[in-house]
Design a protein around this ligand. Structure first.
Ligand code: DGT
Ligand code: CA
Ligand code: CA
Length: 489
């Protein structure tokens, strides 16, 4: 029954009915029964309900097939640290979709340079991460981790590391384009290097950047290698200056024990200071979100007092007084304007009424953006990978309103959200919208999800000037004040 409860939209009552009446205990059995319309024999089961359960199964299966970055990144980090220590290893790197920071990863690809490949293979296949060895050759091995995730390892000679890294980073589509370009220039690219077609002489391959240079291109950051115009941009010197970790001055949308977070204001402040940030915006929930212990106005004001006290002790770092405020079904905010005006930073979020139509949801978000005090729209499409599809939204209209009102849109870095997605964030960025990466942190270890949000921002071709996080504290506050002045008068 527990497995059935993982299906989005399937509650305990239905699960009980399914196990007792139809002896269904797995997601696979449920899918088969729904497809052959056996569920409709149960009391109270209409075709619509059967259809909805099938949709839930599809969402769940999609989430299971591929791992999200929150799982893949730490796993890769640990494996690489282990391989780095094997004698004879001169370089290690991630490759494939993880190096490109795609939002979900099919299998993990790792690349190692070494003159003693057998030692690397043995260390890999005998590590505690290997529950089953699928292949163990001198240059290519594959394992399954105890959680059933596949990891592919390739070991190459040090003088071909760059070419192999380029090749195994992909994407396949990017590599196809690159090979076409090479042929037009009388060259050949493969996993061993760049060669002149006529003489078969190798002209590049030790460093990845030499591969691109040999083809007349600037080095292309892995996050852009999706055949989305990056090769033309590299040819003509129009690659964006992508945002880097060191550009990030702070984080927004942080929860504490005042609502549903697990760390105190003080702990969060210390963690932000340790990260070298100038600011963290504390954004606990508003009263409508009862399940998350939303704060009454009175409690919010008590929290503000405590933040002021903490800030008085800090030297360079500051907590910003904020809130994650529900956007109600009719587009009004869950705190009155005069309370919002007391805050430094206001995140507007939809947490209910996901089934409204596209027109209504779009109007609702735009109404929130017209509020002078709303700084940022959180997780604009509401998706939760493996759990909930995004709700329908007119993204172009939302972007236009964001520009009009001076409101930023969020790239929520929580691994199951990544909302806006890379594609949507690129569209918003192209439309001139200001974006913000927030970790939506509920415990301080999640502040590290910034790296994942940065991956999305980079895949969206974003530069520091397009991100709120890259503003110094005083510029950030000035940016917020401008909207308030313009719309509140
Ligand atoms: P994934 O694993 O589905 O998230 O996506 P990738 O991009 O990691 O794909 P994967 O693991 O099949 O292959 C890793 C990289 O190897 C891929 O990005 C491009 C490169 N590659 C080069 N030639 C080929 C080829 O003939 N087939 C495949 N599948 N990949 C190739
Ligand atoms: Ca892969
Ligand atoms: Ca692979």
């Amino acid at each position: 029954m527990l497995e059935l409860l993982e299906v989005p939209g399937l509650g305990p009552k239905t699960a009980k009915l399914l196990t007792e009446r139809l002896r269904i205990s797995s997601v696979e059995q449920l899918e088969r029964a729904a497809r052959s319309h056996r569920l409709q024999r149960l009391p109270g089961f209409q075709a619509k309900k059967e259809e909805n359960l099938l949709k839930g199964v599809a969402v769940l299966k999609k989430g299971r097939e591929r791992m999200h970055l929150g799982v893949a990144l730490p796993l890769a980090r640990e494996l690489l640290a282990r391989l780095q220590r094997v004698p004879g290893v001169t370089a290690v790197s991630t490759a494939g979709s993880l190096r490109r920071m795609k939002e979900t990863i099919g299998d993990l690809d790792l690349l190692v340079a070494s003159r003693a490949p057998e030692r690397v293979r043995d260390a890999f296949c005998r590590s505690p991460f290997s529950a089953r060895v699928l292949a163990a050759g001198p240059t290519k091995s594959s394992i399954l981790t105890p959680d059933g995730l596949q990891v592919d390892l390739r070991v190459v000679a040090p003088d071909g590391f760059g070419a192999a890294l380029q090749y195994f980073t992909g994407s396949k589509e990017h590599n196809v384009r690159l090979r076409e370009l090479a042929i037009r220039r009388g060259l050949k690219v493969n996993e061993y290097g760049v060669f002149r077609t006529k003489t078969n002489r190798r002209i590049a391959g030790r460093e990845e950047d030499s591969v691109y240079r040999a083809l007349g291109l600037a080095w292309i950051p892995p996050e852009l290698r999706e055949d989305g115009g990056e090769i033309d941009a590299a040819k003509t010197g129009r690659l964006p200056t992508l945002v880097e970790p060191r550009d990030i001055r702070g984080d927004f949308h942080i929860h504490t024990t005042w609502s549903d977070g697990s760390d105190s204001l003080e702990t969060v402040a210390k963690a932000g200071e340790r990260l070298g940030y100038q600011y963290l915006a504390i954004c606990d929930h508003s009263p409508s979100l009862k399940v998350a212990h939303g704060m009454t106005v009175q409690r919010l004001r008590r929290q503000m007092t405590q933040i002021r006290t903490l800030n008085a002790r800090a030297a360079r770092f500051r907590l910003l007084m904020g809130a994650e405020v529900d956007i109600l079904a009719d587009g009004r905010m869950d705190y009155p304007d005069k309370v919002l005006a007391e805050l430094d930073f206001v995140v507007g979020a939809i947490h209910s009424g996901f089934r409204q139509s596209e027109a209504v949801l779009t109007r609702r978000l735009i109404a929130a953006m017209r509020n002078p005090y709303v700084t940022l729209i959180a997780h604009p499409t509401g998706r939760l990978m493996g759990q909930r599809e995004p709700y329908p939204l007119d993204l172009d209209a939302v972007c236009a309103a964001a520009n009009d009102t001076g409101t930023a849109l969020e790239i929520n870095a929580y691994p199951k959200r990544l909302d806006l997605s890379d594609a949507a964030a690129r569209r918003a960025g192209d439309a001139g919208v200001m974006l913000a990466i927030s970790t939506d942190t509920h415990s301080i270890d999640q502040l590290d999800h910034m790296a994942i949000g940065l991956g999305v921002a980079r895949r969206a071709w974003l530069s520091p000037r397009q991100l709120l996080n890259c503003l110094s504290r005083s510029r950030l506050l000035a940016w917020i004040a401008r909207k308030r002045r313009r719309l509140a008068g």
